[in-house]
Design a protein around this ligand. Structure first.
Ligand SMILES: Cc1cc2nc3c(=O)[nH]c(=O)nc-3n(C[C@H](O)[C@H](O)[C@H](O)COP(=O)(O)OP(=O)(O)OC[C@H]3O[C@@H](n4cnc5c(N)ncnc54)[C@H](O)[C@@H]3O)c2cc1C
Length: 300
């Protein structure tokens, strides 16, 4: 495998593969290094991305990989990038297997890692009936008995949103509610009950939830539960390089997907809270074009 590239893309899921297509088609020698752990890997069907609605996440990325691999400008390495160092004219990236590659620019399309709550069974249901986004999975559980685990202003807004997909809705604050009296009253008007009991576990069958089990021993039948989880960046190399994070924990980028470190770009879930395959593909596509433009400007 060659050692020198124009661009190294760390992360070869939707954002990374999309950027690789734009770069490969711009005649840029591009290396993708991918660990193969996209955040949606457990979900049985991916929705809301035209031409691929209802496909498995893997089928979408496999087809993308197949198409990107047709460009002889693009190489793919299955592996984990563990470090990157600044060189005079670019960067050197090392992998867990001990290989080293250099490039003029780096793009991090590395996504985020959702942090599972301390609820037994939650992780097994994640992406199946424990849902992160109504636009991706709400239609499949429309009108079903549904819970939202959240609290406070965010909880109120999220519950209000989910009420569009089902009127069989319960807000689980999983401890004392921090909603205002006005918010509580408004939810009550829409027949949305607030349950403050602490959740112990999900009783489920292969990720399909049957009931929410509470620490006091009681239980509530349920078909789906929405939750907004805390997260960490999937890859900490951008921070090692000095890339700044914003207040929410996303990599700070400008309109051209440039991080705060020259030559380092980022695209996909790692830069903003709007998570979808379509948006990751869009961000990767744009980042690829902006990286190519920067290389053109530097050499013309
Ligand atoms: C449970 C769940 C279900 C979802 N369902 C839908 C849906 O139905 N429809 C929809 O449009 N969106 C859905 N999404 C959102 C969508 O999956 C994400 O927006 C999308 O995957 C983001 O793409 P990405 O390329 O930015 O990151 P990811 O897809 O998360 O990929 C990041 C890649 O980077 C790799 N990586 C990270 N660090 C390193 C490293 N150091 N070295 C090498 N590789 C590395 C990872 O292994 C991974 O392959 C869902 C999300 C979740 C969590």
């Amino acid at each position: 495998m060659e050692k020198q590239y124009d661009v190294i893309i760390v992360g070869g899921s939707y954002a990374g593969l999309s950027a690789a297509m734009a770069l490969g088609r711009s005649l840029r020698k591009t290396l993708i290094i991918d660990g193969g752990e996209p955040c949606n890997r457990q979900t049985p069907h991916s929705h809301n991305f035209i031409t691929h609605d209802g496909n498995t996440p893997k089928a979408i990325s496999l087809q993308a990989k197949e198409q990107v691999s047709k460009y002889d400008t693009v190489s793919f390495l299955q592996g984990i990038a563990v470090s990157a160092t600044k060189l005079n004219d670019g960067f050197e990236v090392k992998t867990a297997a001990g290989e080293a590659f250099s490039a003029k620019k780096i793009l991090f399309a590395t996504g985020i890692k959702d942090q599972m709550p301390a609820i037994d069974g939650f992780a097994a249901c994640w992406g199946i009936t424990a849902i992160h986004c109504p636009y991706c999975h709400g239609y499949e559980v429309r009108h079903e008995k549904t819970g939202v685990i959240t609290n406070g202003d965010l909880g109120y807004e999220y519950t209000k949103l989910i009420n569009n997909w089902t009127k069989e809705l319960t807000l689980f604050t999983n401890g004392k509610s921090t909603l205002t009296p006005e918010q509580t009253e408004k939810l009550a008007k829409h027949n949305i009950s607030i349950v403050e009991k602490e959740i112990a576990a999900f009783d489920h069958t292969n990720g399909y939830i049957n009931q929410v089990l509470f620490k006091d021993g009681s239980a509530m039948p349920m078909k789906a539960v929405y939750s907004k989880l805390p997260f960490v960046q999937h890859c900490d190399i951008p921070m090692q390089l000095g890339c700044a994070l914003n207040e929410q924990g996303y990599l700070s980028v400008d309109n051209f997907y440039k991080t705060t470190v020259p030559g380092v770009f980022a695209a996909g879930d790692n830069i903003n809270m709007m998570r979808s395959v379509a948006l990751a593909v869009s961000a990767g596509n744009l980042a690829g074009a902006f990286i190519n433009k920067e290389l053109v400007d530097e050499t013309f």
